[in-house]
Design a protein around this ligand. Sequence first.
Ligand code: GRF
Length: 201
Amino acid sequence: MRRIGVLVSGRGSNLQALLDAESRGELSGQIVVVISNKIQAFALERARKVGVQAILITKSEFPDRQNFDEQIAEVLRSYKVDLVVLAGYMRMFTEQFIIEFQDRIINVHPSLLPAFKGVKAQWQAIEYGAKVSGCSTHFVTFDMDAGPIIMQKAVPIFPDDTGETLSKRILPEEHRILVKSVRLFCEDKLRIEGRNVIVKE
Ligand code: GRF
């Protein structure tokens, strides 16, 4: 069984989707630790509620990003994590962290990448006048929201949409593709070939 560490910064609905899938036996992996960089993250409570180790590591405790990421890496190592899932984790990693966990970090992003990278992607899509947006899961590389794409799901944008209404439409799709991507990884069904992720179903 693959061991999963989930990194969060906020409300944790994607984490919840993973926990629920695990409890139904649909994840093919075990969430062994949840790490938050924000003290107020509700995701921490979601983890504790089901008895998963929930650890707070804030940037302010460390002199620089290197030391901060090293502490996160140390915790992930100590839990013998095979896969790192970013479920609403709102920080960039140092290169050293990404090298250590290369091809083993999955992120979920609320746009059809490569469009609308970075924060507030749903608001960016509306501002741009896009008629379709959606969500993507991808492996994490050095550049933000730019690694090989695993899965995507398109969602329509309606004329009266706001960032909030679009976010609400995208979120359940994020939950689905994230759970599915993690399951495929845990079942060893994802192969990265350059920019391309091949799914062996
Ligand atoms: C999601 O939209 C995720 O794609 C983005 O931040 C949001 C986190 O939501 N990066 P939650 O904390 O999983 O509820």
